[in-house]
Design a protein around this ligand. Sequence first.
Ligand SMILES: O=C(O)C1=C[C@@H](OP(=O)(O)O)[C@@H](O)[C@H](O)C1
Ligand SMILES: C=C(OP(=O)(O)O)C(=O)O
Length: 427
Amino acid sequence: MAAELRPWLAPSAAGPVTATVRLPGSKSMTARAMVLAALADGRSVIEAPLRARDTTLMAAGLRALGVAVDTSADDRWVIEPGPLRGPARIDVGLAGTIMRFLPPVAALADGRVEFDGDPHARKRPMGPILDALRALGVRLEASPTGGLPLTVHGAGLVEGGEAVVDASGSSQFVSGLLLSAARFSKGLTLRHEGPPVPSAPHLRMTTHMLRAAGAVVDESVPDVWVVEPGPLHGRTWVIEPDLSGALPFFAAAMVTGGAVTLAGWPAASWQPVAQLSELLTALGGEVTRSADGLTVRGTGTLRGITADLSEVSEMTPVISALAALADGPSELRGVEHIRGHETDRIAALATELTKVGAGVTEFPDGLRIEPRPLHGASFETYADHRMAHAAAVIGLSVPAVQLTDVGCTSKTLPEFPELWSGLATTS
Ligand SMILES: O=C(O)C1=C[C@@H](OP(=O)(O)O)[C@@H](O)[C@H](O)C1
Ligand SMILES: C=C(OP(=O)(O)O)C(=O)O
């Protein structure tokens, strides 16, 4: 059930935002660690996980399949795998990571597993991953539109072998299949056929974490992934702070000419920090790493950019907000598939940025954003946490930006409104 709407006036910045923020773990790493732990041959511990709607629903989904998931401690979750079994009902909320990562797990369970989610979850693409599962011998029934609601008739095993997928609509089709593949009797050779797969860093995160759990993975041929059949091992996962969740806070430093440090940033990361640094630098920021963490400084200049955001597509809403506040036009392309994210993000950004006064041209795969004097407006958030982040960033320097709902930020950071207000008003 979606929560009640929580309208919110985005706070204006009292001055340059200068702060060190401590943020919870990466959504993407927490989700992968949970799935790998559920499929492992022994107990796993997840340190510094993200506790948010997406991961809480993931825990509930795994419990429904027979996995013991202890999330009672904030900084240390313990997962004890058990025989996977139905019948079960899984609420995916609006989480791509659940709707794409758990059907392959359900196929390994013994029994019927039903999936459904928020109204918009039924519109998110699922067809290619479901076709691949069918080709691998899994019996399932999808809605007439090819997605949720979905029933997987788990047979207790998946034969596996070879499959083809068009993952141009979401890298999660590949990640979802790979995460379970070591447990398929014949493993998996998966080939992508179609326009390029977005979000390459998320695919590398998947293969890295699979290897860390003991899987043998070959990705030496472009667009082909081979996972050998074999055990996954229980282990301790230490989750990095969420880089995409940190982006609005970094943006706050850039918009106000301040400096924001993300504490606890590791020396080596599996999140796309190089791509983010390049983008923020092009926009006029300064990005540095030190023992204190990852720091972004605003230089007082925000420049328009031309960029292909396909590798970091989930960052498009906040980058678009920065573009709307820049000193020249921007063109952000390569992200057609984000029309299938929490909402059609290209259409939503075009509508809402136009409402606050920006000049926007919509392309099939992105946006051209022409900065103009901006003004307050009611900013629709479309149940999309990252649309809320974009509105909050604009609201720092534009008075009277009223979000229709800030509650949607609970998807990945329930403490967002309080953290953000603290930052904006105490600067
Ligand atoms: O695997 C993951 O954890 C994710 C992959 C990406 O999905 P898409 O490839 O569908 O963009 C990203 O946008 C999403 O936020 C998280
Ligand atoms: C696209 C996103 O999420 P999901 O994992 O639900 O696809 C996102 O968080 O921006």
